[in-house]
Ligand binder design. Sequence first.
Ligand SMILES: [Zn+2]
Length: 456
Amino acid sequence: MRRLWLEQAFLPEGWASGVALDIDGSGRIAGLAANAPLADRETVPGCVLPGLPNLHSHGFQRAMSALAQRRRAAAEDFWSWRGVMYRTALALPPDDIAAVTAMAFMEMLERGFTAVAEFHYLHNDSAGAPYADPAELATRVIEAAAQTGIGLTLLPVLYSAAGPNRPPEPGQRRFITDLDGFLRLHAATAERLRALPGAVLGAAPHSLRAARAADVAALSGLLPEGPLHIHAAEQTGEVAEVEAALGARPVEFLLREAGVDARWCLIHATHMTAEETAGLARAGAVAGLCPITEADLGDGIFNGNAFIDAGGRFGVGTDSNVAIEAPAELRQLEWSQRLRDRRRLVLADSARDGGSTGAALYRAALAGGAQALAQPIGAIALGCRADLVSLRRAGTDLAALSAETRLDHYIFAGGARLVDHVYVAGRCLVREGRHDARAAIESRFAAALRRLEDAL
Ligand SMILES: [Zn+2]
């Protein structure tokens, strides 16, 4: 039994002082008391938050964050970025995929995330042939999670085509499986994942572009357990292609044909009609927003106020991992709404936390993220895993600010440089902002990055 004492903690009912936690052998909170004496407990100083879940990542893309920022054509867009991503995917050997993914997971921990849903679509070797072990590359993701200690929900991806009624392109050869191959991969991944305590297995048809509509519709019946994620309506070109082929827009089709419910997380959901927005909220699915990547790729702006007004649930993800930082995702989400509407404090809830915009964003992303990852996380509460992020008070504005402005400072001003200690399942992984395994992870990553830049 681990015994912690949190100087200040953000509980579901609000900030509390002197919070004693008893943590059981599985890393869950088995005892909790506020205004408790320190006694012989290990102190977690500063302001302690539940760690934010990251509901969408492609770990290997961390390697290309700087390599896709050079303009080579008159007009660059999502589709030209995708070409760089395909070349990156083809160039990385399995060991480098593990190295790059470990770097991404370590940075998530150092910058405010404690769990991740990895949307994993690299399955074959560089020639496009399946490995002898279908879970060869999934195993590299599992290794990265084990090395860093992040909470993992692994989502093997079904990727079969270039578009509705279009065969795969050569650049996609590392991703391609048919439904039977995917189900074998899923079973092999389940086997490997048993070695990682607390890990969750879900599944992800890539999108209505890359997975056959009939397979997407069948998947929830074929795999009755675990979360289901899918990219949807990220780009207007994708919406048009799906509508032409299937006679319905992506979110419209998923709501009507795929039985979308609380098991599902629709990644992006950027381009929705008012009916789709209300329908997705009603379905109880999570909108998986990736505001920094969506800005980097020029995707568009999610209709946040209409979705939240309809009772919609959302969380945030780092997606391309171009700039990994938990508070910055929430800041970018709110700022995109302000820029579009020429208003301020758009996603705040005036009825809670004194109207704090930061607290409203953080609470929503905790709940939506926990649902999308299907892990017992998202709150400092009995039964939840002890995933904690402490923010430094000494030498920062947090030493002076009132409790109800703390999350506004973290999200809009202080950012991830405030992150001090980070715990997953009650175990301290990051001390004074630095992961315990940083030296080994960053040197292995640097070697992989040098090889990749030479290869591209
Ligand atoms: Zn994605």
